[in-house]
Design a protein around this ligand. Structure first.
Ligand SMILES: Cc1cc2nc3c(=O)[nH]c(=O)nc-3n(C[C@H](O)[C@H](O)[C@H](O)COP(=O)(O)O)c2cc1C
Length: 499
């Protein structure tokens, strides 16, 4: 449609160069022309201890990776994202020179815009039932920007946005724990006043979650002995003052993003009541220990987590070689790692493991992980896995598949129970569990990739899931082949049937 418009108008301008351009051509040109760049405000160093802490945590938990990747120029991050799109950003609230201050973070440019100070910040925090942890702690907010994923994946990009943000928020909490200063992750708080303070809604951003990061062991803004999140990281960042809204340049806006945003308006947002009560608990019930020798389950000592985080990556393909069943179970056992959140301990989310190609064929089977039950029945062939993963043939040699699913009735909507979880909360669980599986797989030395391109009805049949269950997320494990390209990063959404 747009291509047609350009061809027609360009043609008419080219035929009559000496005449006044038609009004349509002027309009078109106004549409494609760029406005002037806003002036760059003066840069300041990052001084506030809370901001330094938050930035080094963001570097370690979300923005950088030390994983050795073969081929290409792709520089990864600490977390995976559908299509490597990363459809979210961050804001940080700290006390700066004794004054509560809010910063918007530009992770690509490594800049922090100070956008509000003083009473406005205090009032927004109070209305949100949140606080900035004392003595140099920080409140790190994750804000989703659905358009970034939806412009590639359409409506399904909204689910990927939530899963991606779940990976990031969960990993930030794990990175904080790895530093010996476990954070608390909040999802159930009133968002309106903070959204207004951060100008989120008007700029098509949604507040996803808030991580309260305590200052931690004295002088530590990074894991001991690691290069990933050392105190040097914040030195690459600068701060500028953007508190005077009038003096800022015009905000970037696109009708495409607004259209995308407006299309989300009717989606049910109902969530459980706000609460300040938090408990450390696993995000899903998973019984994997009994499959493992004593003491080998989980992610190991927290001091080893920064290394697991810094070196994780997604497999591009699987060779089809079987992997030891114990390695898969070790990876899966990481799902039981507790995270401190304000979500209910019990959740409608279930995990099912299809263990189909291991070096211990006796253990190959479908397992319902909440009960540990081993289901009878045959296992999917390589062709069936390819079809159930939307013909992502390179991934069909996966040795195991983890499916995260919920009863359709539990997807909160009008009429659902008061403490039901909304899509954001359920997808948060899935994303954070996915991140734990990535770290568990890294520890167990088995390849892993999350996949958003999967055929729910077919997996339901292949894994014997209840008829009314919906799969929110799937992850594949196996023997990795990292020599080729990652199809999922191409502009075309192959695994979502785009042709
Ligand atoms: C929600 C989600 C969905 C994904 N879907 C697919 C997929 O369908 N196929 C695939 O090959 N990779 C998929 N990925 C993996 C991404 O392609 C990968 O994270 C991204 O390319 C960045 O690479 P890295 O994880 O190695 O840093 C997905 C990741 C996430 C978090």
């Amino acid at each position: 449609m747009q291509g047609k418009l350009i061809t027609q108008k360009a043609g008419s301008v080219a035929c009559a160069p000496e005449r006044e351009p038609a009004a349509g051509a002027v309009d078109l040109w106004a549409r494609v022309a760029l406005p002037a760049a806003a002036p760059e405000p003066p840069a300041e160093p990052v001084a506030a201890p809370g901001l330094r802490l938050a930035l080094s945590l963001l570097e370690e938990g979300a923005l950088t990776s030390r994983a050795k990747r073969s081929g290409g120029s792709y520089v990864g991050r600490a977390v995976p994202s559908a299509g490597a799109v990363y459809p979210y950003e961050f804001a940080v609230l700290v006390v700066e020179d004794g004054v509560p201050t809010a910063f918007r973070i530009d992770a690509d440019r490594r800049t922090c815009a100070r956008i509000a100070v003083g009473d406005r910040v205090t009032a927004a925090l109070e209305a949100s039932l949140l606080t900035v942890p004392a003595d140099g702690g920080a409140l790190v907010l994750t804000l989703t920007r659905p358009w970034l994923s939806m412009r590639k994946y359409g409506d399904r990009g909204y689910l990927y946005t939530q899963l991606d943000a779940g990976h990031a928020a969960g990993n930030l909490a794990l990175a904080a724990a790895g530093r010996g200063a476990a954070g608390v992750l909040r999802l159930r708080f009133p968002r309106e006043s903070l959204s207004e303070l951060l100008e989120a809604g008007e700029n098509c951003r949604e507040i996803h979650s808030a991580l309260l990061v305590p200052a931690g062991p004295a002088g530590s803004t990074g894991p001991v002995g690691s290069t990933g999140g050392s105190d040097e990281a914040p030195n690459r960042w600068t701060v500028h003052d953007d508190t005077d809204r009038e003096s800022r340049g015009p905000t970037w806006r696109s009708w495409l993003e607004s259209t995308c945003w407006d299309s989300l308006a009717g989606w049910p947002e109902q969530a459980g009541s706000p609460t300040v009560r938090t408990v450390p608990a696993p995000l899903a019930e998973v019984r994997a220990e009994r499959q493992l020798p004593d003491g080998s389950a989980g992610l190991g000592e927290v001091s080893g987590w920064p290394e697991l985080i810094g070196t994780r990556l997604s497999s591009k393909a699987f060779t089809g070689e079987p992997v030891p069943a114990t390695a898969v179970w070790r990876a899966v056992s990481a799902l039981s790692t507790p995270l401190e959140t304000d979500l209910p301990v019990a959740s409608p989310l279930s995990a099912t493991l299809v263990l189909r190609s291991t070096t211990d064929p006796d253990r190959d089977a479908v397992y319902r992980l909440d009960t540990g039950e081993r289901r009878p029945g045959r296992l999917p062939s390589t062709d069936e896995v390819a079809r159930a993963c939307m013909q992502q043939r390179a991934l069909a040699g996966a040795a195991a598949v983890l499916l995260l699913h919920v009863p359709r009735t539990s997807l909160a909507g009008p009429g659902s129970a008061g403490d039901a979880e909304n899509l954001r909360e359920l997808a948060f669980r899935c994303g954070a569990l996915g991140q734990l599986l990535y770290l568990g797989a890294n520890r167990a030395q088995v390849g892993v990739t999350g996949i958003g391109g999967f055929d729910t009805p077919l997996w339901r049949t292949l894994a014997g899931l209840p008829e009314d269950d919906e799969i929110l997320y799937a992850l594949l494990l196996g023997s990795p082949d990292d020599s080729g390209i990652k199809f999922d990063r191409l502009a075309m959404a192959h695994a979502q049937n785009e042709r």
